[in-house]
Design a protein around this ligand. Structure first.
Ligand SMILES: Nc1nc2c(ncn2[C@@H]2O[C@H](COP(=O)(O)OP(=O)(O)O)[C@@H](O)[C@H]2O)c(=O)[nH]1
Ligand SMILES: [Mg+2]
Length: 330
């Protein structure tokens, strides 16, 4: 009996880039089936690049979620855009995302920032797949003009409409990306590794996500979160080896209790008052929701103690950005 020729194994790094809010983080989470990257309706939710590893039978894609490409003002924003551009230079392939949907007159407007992003993709010289996101909210016939508008702007390797929210066509998108990463004898990461983010970092991000979702005006952009204590001595069944790599593996849901103490940094006393809320109500709400989400992620009980600190102009100071992990090795 003739046996089907096996596909060669492929493995590579892929940068997910695009304007803020196009659905980069939602896609990464959908691919991994875990809430790894935080998501909010606000732009600039993602501040660092986040590695998520997708391992299939004949492919491994190491996907970097990146901060959105935008006109950056201030040290924090400049650093975020820098991270996205640097990631472009380091990967095997690029997934550039734009949103489905047309204007009320049926026309497709390609903004200047998007054009600039596409130029950067071209400059990288990497094979680039165009992902047209949020297809769930665009009527089918409206997809074609969007695809047409972008087709002429770059020699895309492939164009795939998809929805990170419903998961529609995400498999097709992954297959398209797999065709543009190199053949490889071995995977880049052990197949059970999902990210290089330590649980401690994830805890900080989960708290920041609730600040983004529950506060208004300037607070989301003025806030950062620092975990001061992550005590897992109360966790059940410690793993056989210390996880010195800090890599978080899915399936690490071991029961028991983790105690976390974290500070929410803001830039002014007035902002501190808002984050604390009347008789602590806002801080309580942020803490409750973040704790529930963390319990789901870690698979154990979580004791989460939050406080709010003022650190003037942290977002303008390089040292603070480094300390908070926004600038540096990542
Ligand atoms: N309808 C719909 N909304 C989406 C989809 N993907 C993301 N969103 C929403 O768009 C907003 C920004 O998403 P996010 O993943 O944070 O975008 P990012 O800034 O590119 O990482 C959030 O409110 C998401 O819920 C999608 O496929 N369909
Ligand atoms: Mg994001």
């Amino acid at each position: 009996m003739a046996r089907k020729k096996q596909n060669p194994f492929r493995a590579g790094f892929v940068a997910i880039v695009g304007r803020p809010n196009v659905g980069k983080s939602t896609l990464l989470n959908r691919v991994l089936g875990e809430h790894l990257a935080i998501v909010s309706p606000r732009p600039q939710t993602t501040r660092t690049r986040i590695l998520g590893v997708h391992s299939g039978p004949d492919v491994q894609l190491a996907l970097f979620d990146t901060p959105g490409l935008h006109r950056a003002k201030g040290a924090l924003n400049k650093q975020m855009v820098e991270v996205a551009l640097r990631t472009l230079a380091e990967v095997d392939a690029v997934l550039f995302l734009v949103e489905a949907g047309t204007g009320p007159d049926g026309r497709v407007e390609v903004g200047d920032a998007t054009r600039w992003g596409i130029e950067e993709v071209a400059r990288s010289g990497k094979p680039a797949v165009l992902g047209v996101s949020k297809m769930d909210r665009a009527p089918r016939p409206s997809l074609l003009p969007v695809i047409e508008a972008y087709r002429s702007l770059h020699a895309w390797a492939e164009i795939v409409p998809f929805s990170g929210l419903t998961g529609e066509n995400v498999d097709v998108l992954l297959e398209a990306l797999a065709r543009h990463v190199p053949e490889s004898d071995e995977p880049l990461f052990p197949p059970d590794v999902m990210t290089d983010q330590a649980e401690r970092q994830l805890a900080a991000e989960y708290v920041r996500e609730q600040v983004m979702l529950q506060t208004r005006q300037e607070i989301p952009y003025a806030a950062a979160v620092e975990v001061e204590e992550f005590d897992e001595s109360g966790r059940r069944d410690p793993p056989p080896q210390p996880r010195s790599t800090g890599r978080w593996k899915s399936g690490d849901k071991r029961g028991g209790l983790v105690r976390i103490a974290a500070s929410i940094l803001v830039e002014r006393e007035s902002q501190k008052a808002i984050v604390i809320g009347k008789q602590g109500s806002m801080l309580k709400q942020i803490g409750t929701k973040a704790r529930e989400n963390l319990e789901r992620l870690l698979g154990c009980k979580v004791f989460l103690a939050l406080n709010v600190k003022v650190e003037e102009r942290w977002s303008e100071r390089d040292a603070a950005l480094k300390r908070l992990g926004i600038w540096g090795e990542r």
